[in-house]
Design a protein around this ligand. Structure first.
Ligand code: GAR
Length: 187
């Protein structure tokens, strides 16, 4: 049976869409049971609704602690039999509660060749630094900021001084690489 995954996102959700489309096309062997967001207004919610994927929206600041927020997320995931967490533009550091509930079962995609340019605005950082090559990394999540073991990487040429063009090239690679990397590890 296809492994049950939850996709976590905070923004536009183009990676959510690419994963959903890959599953529909039979290119990714997984069952996308739920989309989890910490940004109830994010465009990814609209994408999930349109796709017919349950959208679970949380407002972390309404919980007294981060642990309580993550505990509520874990309970919702366990109720739905989720086995893997796929972070796709989820802009929040994962902490103990999620890591202990899903050991070695949380993966993330990041728009740089880690360990270069971790954290926010990785594409802007790369363009500002003047590197000629950047890329995409898929990695396991640990308690650090974009620091877990690397699963897959692919290089992308930087368009000098042009964040928009570089971002477009990066997103195109992300949408293919995430499916490839997930097929490798979900077996
Ligand atoms: C993606 O480029 C993803 O790699 C990045 O956020 C973007 C989300 O785009 N993630 C990080 O920077 C994590 N540190 P999307 O909402 O269109 O999928």
């Amino acid at each position: 049976m296809a492994p049950k995954i939850a996709v976590f996102a905070s923004g536009s959700g183009s990676n959510f869409q690419a994963l959903y489309d890959a599953i529909q096309a039979g290119d990714l062997q997984a069952e996308l049971v739920v989309m989890v967001t910490d940004q109830p207004q994010a465009f990814v919610v609209e994408r999930a609704n349109k796709a017919g994927v349950e959208a679970l929206t949380f407002s972390p600041k309404t919980f007294a602690t981060k642990a309580m927020y993550e505990q509520a997320v874990v309970e919702a995931l366990q109720q739905r039999g989720v086995e893997w967490l796929v972070l796709a533009g989820y802009m929040r550091l994962v902490s103990d509660v999620l890591l202990h509930a899903y050991p070695n079962r949380i993966v993330n995609i990041h728009p740089s060749l880690l360990p270069s340019f971790p954290g926010k605005d990785a594409i802007e950082q790369a363009v500002a630094h003047g590197v000629k090559v950047t890329g995409v990394t898929v990695h396991y999540v640990d308690e650090g900021m974009d620091t877990g073991p690397i699963i897959a990487q692919r290089a992308v040429l930087v368009t000098e001084g042009d964040v928009e063009a570089t971002a477009q090239a990066i997103h195109q690679v992300e949408h293919a690489l995430y499916t490839e990397a997930l097929n490798q590890i979900l077996k």
